[in-house]
Write a protein that binds this ligand. Sequence first.
Ligand code: HEC
Ligand code: HEC
Ligand code: HEC
Ligand code: HEC
Ligand code: HEC
Length: 175
Amino acid sequence: MKKILGVVVVLGFAGLCVWIWAVSNNKVVFGYNKGYMPDQPLPFSHQLHAGQYQIDCKYCHTSVEVSRHASVPSLNICMNCHMVVKTDSPWIQKLTEAYNSGQSIAWQKVHLLPDHVKFNHSLHIKAGKECTTCHGNVAEMSKIYQNSSLAMGWCVNCHRLPENHAPTTCGTCHY
Ligand code: HEC
Ligand code: HEC
Ligand code: HEC
Ligand code: HEC
Ligand code: HEC
């Protein structure tokens, strides 16, 4: 009996350790991926580019005001600067190699709504919503992560605010 109890305690402790490791390393994420922060192929820093160097979000995410999706920049936008900036960095050399051989960088998607949901950036920007309202203070993120839950309740709660005059029928957000 004592032996069995001992084994149970040891297994329980091991399980707890694995759980703590998984949560603290973003292997398990609570809610709807809030806090999700996938590894990226290059250490691109918003804190450096949008924060310290104050490059406008729309300089890189060019389609955010005019389309459903906010485009992720192609390499020629990076090369506008990195043809000459920091060319001694191995990361910039990797960027330049990809650019010269016509390849792209396989950025990992951070935000991903289910297929049955429709979201539209341009309509929210036209209604005066700031990037920070939904994405948090990106200019302070050295590695970007999902700031909001993106749960249905999160969308609907904002649509319900009287000042927003935003529709709340199911068909607004669902196909
Ligand atoms: C009302 C909330 C909201 C605002 C305001 C907003 N976003 Fe988003 N953003 C989202 C959601 C939700 C997604 C996930 C969309 C999806 O998966 O289809 C997203 C996704 C993105 C993506 C990934 C590409 C894409 O379109 O799926 C980028 C890049 C992005 N946003 C940039 C911006 C920038 C830059 C601004 C400000 C100019 C901005 N967003 C304003 C909610 C918002
Ligand atoms: C408007 C100019 C500009 C644009 C556009 C730009 N960058 Fe940068 N980037 C900089 C500056 C300035 C630095 C800091 C250089 C330094 O530390 O001396 C930098 C640094 C970096 C670094 C860090 C390099 C290192 O080893 O320290 C990476 C990686 C990087 N940029 C990637 C990118 C990528 C990817 C893009 C395109 C999505 C991009 N940059 C677009 C100006 C720019
Ligand atoms: C110099 C170019 C550049 C600037 C300026 C920039 N971004 Fe980005 N952004 C990128 C790149 C490249 C990625 C993809 C790599 C990554 O996720 O780190 C990205 C990713 C994102 C994503 C996550 C996309 C996804 O996969 O869901 C969001 C949200 C975002 N940016 C918002 C912003 C906001 C808000 C600003 C302004 C405060 C901004 N960005 C400024 C280049 C830029
Ligand atoms: C910060 C507040 C806020 C959040 C969060 C938000 N929305 Fe909106 N949404 C608005 C406003 C304001 C409008 C614009 C209403 C108008 O002017 O037509 C709007 C409009 C829309 C429209 C266009 C409606 C139409 O006119 O047909 C869709 C679709 C939409 N939102 C989906 C979403 C989804 C899906 C989410 C969550 C992933 C979301 N929204 C999160 C405030 C918000
Ligand atoms: C303002 C946008 C918005 C409106 C309005 C809205 N939804 Fe959703 N809904 C979402 C988003 C975003 C998700 C995905 C995230 C989630 O599951 O919470 C979702 C998810 C769902 C799901 C899947 C839940 C799951 O567990 O997979 C169902 C079912 C659903 N909605 C039904 C409805 C019905 C019925 C209505 C009308 C009464 C409605 N929705 C109105 C944004 C909206």
